[in-house]
Design a protein around this ligand. Structure first.
Ligand code: NOJ
Length: 565
């Protein structure tokens, strides 16, 4: 691996609530992560990214931060964090933490001070407090909608008991947006970056990296003319944007183009400032943007050479299981990121989307953030989804660039669809009165040992979301060392990817395999994926890896093979 490790890294996302629970309170924690790092080393990843573990009332699973420089007691202490970091580094695993700069928790001391302070005060100026419209100021200051459903404004009661101003929250009402035109906000985040850099973290995944700056004057959102495609909003799709059609890569997202709060030019100077700060530190510390922006050349603006290092490739994640569409998005990704000298990233699952072992066989459109539940249409059966997921992952891990893996996908975990309504916790579920299921189905605590309580997630206590009985057979100890298991497939693919340096390679398409087959060469490896139902014929060469058992030179449908050629 080059010293610019992030160009080729396989990065494993840990969702701390659901990874490993050392203290038995039903929620994962930092000590649990430390205890399982050996398993991740064995898996063969280069880095981990941790979703938030900071002090938080957990109204949005930790993306509502009350103290950016401390650990929530549910997850442990700063000493537990230091121990986890030291153990990861000792095992050669880098650590990226989540940074949530668009908004904080309503329990953050700055927001509490703003509520107590008068209109026009310095305390209120750190957020977007505005007077309402209409008689008595009873209507929100503009027509913006929360990504989680409902209005993006909530009215407060002033300290004197009167109905007062409104504050902006692009997400839950418990997540007030910071005003990034305020220098105090900028300085505070420089302090937060330094706090974690000084502790030794290797970088930050930046939440809602396209949302920090709002258009001057906070104008109403004007929908594009009839027929425009809309979607991709801060990791989720808004009501207004619920077209149900995944964005086709390369087609401009008119919702993002028009929304006065996404992808404003002013965000880029913030990241240039942060990049200069990170560059003061040794060891290639990185910034990775969560920017739900389209098309790909626009996403690439976040990774120009003086801004961030990586941006999540959601166009790839959203691409259907279709050979022409995948080829198109892979080309568009390599072109767009390559044009600014950045690596492409690849991702199939995370904590905001339906797990790809399920998603790839859903037959009805499922916009981001809507999630799946028992009443959803087009529900898949498990097997075809898993088979496609294995083929999709084997394809992804052979691509040049950096790949993200979401905890549990290496076990072939499906989305949990039949969570009881009363167990659901995603704010989307509450803010839409159950109309959208939200993201709980991809966040269920993962299984480690088939015969242990909670399948080894924790020693006791009910996990914060119930685990399905079928997960017993998917537990890591059931799959370890078993030829053909999903865990073995991931381990082998990651090992080969590293030894053959595929992340640093380049891609050349090979034609002549048929419309449903993708084939390319990366260095000394030929990769063939059959997305159809009829078998394809493999070219010459020893088979290095196959996502399903092969019979001679025949490559069955929904299967990927790597060949030495
Ligand atoms: C994107 C995060 O990935 C998601 O989980 C969160 O709800 C929103 N940003 C708001 O922070």
């Amino acid at each position: 691996m080059t010293s610019e490790w992030w160009r080729t890294a396989a990065i494993y996302q840990i969702y701390p609530r659901s990874f490993a629970d050392a203290d038995g309170d039903g929620m994962g924690d930092l000590a649990g992560i430390t205890s399982r790092l050996g398993d991740l080393q064995q898996l063969g990843i280069d880095a981990i990214w941790l979703s938030p573990f900071y002090t938080s009332p957990q109204r949005d699973a930790g993306y509502d931060v009350a103290d950016y420089c401390d650990v929530d007691p549910r997850f442990g202490t700063l000493a537990d964090f230091d121990a986890m970091l030291a153990e990861a580094h000792a095992r050669g695993i880098r650590v990226i933490v989540d940074l949530v700069p668009n908004h904080c928790s309503d329990q953050h001391e700055w927001f509490q001070a703003a509520l107590a302070a008068p209109v026009g005060s310095r305390e209120r100026a750190r957020f977007y407090f505005r007077d309402g419209r209409g008689p008595g100021g009873d209507e929100p200051p503009n027509n913006w909608e929360s990504v989680f459903g409902g209005p993006a404004w909530t009215r407060i009661v002033e300290p004197d008991g009167t109905h007062g101003q409104w504050y902006l929250h692009l997400f839950d009402s418990s997540q007030p947006d910071f005003d990034w035109t305020n220098e105090e906000v900028r300085e505070e985040f420089r302090r937060i970056l330094r706090f974690w850099l000084d502790r030794g973290v290797d970088g930050f995944r930046v939440d809602v990296a396209h949302g920090l700056v709002k258009a001057d004057g906070l104008p109403d959102y004007t929908p594009p003319a009839e027929g425009g495609s809309m979607g991709g909003a801060g990791g989720l799709t808004t009501d207004a944007a619920a077209s149900g059609v995944p964005l086709e890569p390369g087609i401009s997202d008119e919702f993002v183009d028009h929304a006065p709060y996404w992808a404003q030019e002013g965000v880029h100077e913030i990241y240039r400032d942060w990049r200069a700060l990170l560059d003061e530190y040794p060891g290639e510390r990185v910034l990775a943007a969560e920017a739900w922006v389209d098309p790909l050349p626009r996403v690439a603006k976040w990774v120009r050479s003086d801004e961030m290092h990586q941006a999540f490739n959601f166009a790839y994640l959203e691409t259907p299981w279709d050979a022409a569409a995948l080829r198109h998005v892979i080309d568009a990704s390599l072109d767009a990121f390559g044009a600014v000298g950045a690596p492409s990233t690849w991702v199939l699952s995370n904590h905001d989307v339906v797990r790809h072992a399920t998603r790839l066989s859903v037959t009805e459109a499922n916009p981001q953030g809507h999630g799946l539940g028992p009443r959803s249409k087009g529900l898949p059966s498990y097997e075809p989804g898993l088979r496609r997921a294995r083929a999709a992952t084997a394809l992804m891990l052979a691509l040049p660039g950096s790949s993200y893996i979401y905890q549990g996908e290496e076990l072939g975990l499906p989305e949990v669809i039949d969570l009881p309504d009363e167990a659901r916790q995603d704010p989307t579920w509450f803010r839409t009165n159950g109309e959208r299921y939200g993201r709980d189905g991809c966040r269920v605590p993962i299984p480690w040992e088939a015969d242990a309580p909670n399948y080894g997630f924790g020693p006791s206590g009910e996990p914060w979301l119930p685990q399905p009985a079928q997960w017993r057979e998917l537990a890591r100890d059931r799959q370890r060392g078993v030829a053909g298991s999903t865990l073995s497939l991931y381990e082998e693919a990651l090992r080969l990817r590293r030894t053959l340096d595929l992340g640093a390679g380049s891609l050349a398409w090979l034609d002549g395999f048929g419309d449903d087959v993708l084939a390319f060469r990366n260095g000394g490896v030929v990769v063939v994926t059959n997305l159809g139902s009829e078998p394809a014929t493999l070219p010459e060469g020893d088979v290095l890896l196959a996502s399903e058992a092969l019979d001679g030179r025949s490559l069955p449908g929904d299967t990927t093979a790597w060949l030495r050629a």
